[in-house]
Design a protein around this ligand. Structure first.
Ligand code: ZN
Length: 135
């Protein structure tokens, strides 16, 4: 992957899923939890069976439907408040990248899980890769 050419749109704050979960009411937690379980079971069946069997074939469609269900449950009107994952200053929006990524470059988006060769030179700090630090 090439180094990001656009102006960085990464918030200085990461998205903390545990904190966001605690902010949800019990009904939203129930919808999201059920959708997440449906999705992961469909994924588990698909990963074992692919689409070569009846269960695998059904799981492919169930996975897509559960993903849509989870999307609506998390990001729909009764889901997460957008302010938990975006920061808006004037007309500029930055995104709180999920904390599950660990250390990543807030300039180009690189992380250790990224196999980008341009940025394999390590880290200048916890939020800046060596390639971006060199300009
Ligand atoms: Zn970088």
């Amino acid at each position: 992957m090439a180094k990001a050419k656009t102006k960085a749109n990464i918030s200085a704050t990461t998205f903390d899923g545990a904190e966001a979960w605690r902010s949800l009411d019990p009904e939203a937690q129930a919808r999201i939890g059920a959708a997440a379980l449906e999705k992961m079971v469909a994924k588990a069946i698909f990963e074992v069976e692919f689409s070569a069997t009846a269960a695998g074939r059904a799981a492919v469609v169930a996975l897509e439907m559960a993903d849509n269900l989870l999307h609506v449950a998390v990001l729909g009107k009764d889901g997460l408040d957008d302010r938990l994952w975006t920061d808006v200053v004037g007309r500029r929006v930055t995104y709180r990248v999920p904390s599950v990524l660990g250390i990543f470059c807030h300039s180009c988006g690189y992380s250790d899980a990224d196999d980008c060769e341009d940025t394999s030179g390590g880290w200048a700090s916890d939020t800046l890769c060596a390639a971006c630090a060199q300009g």
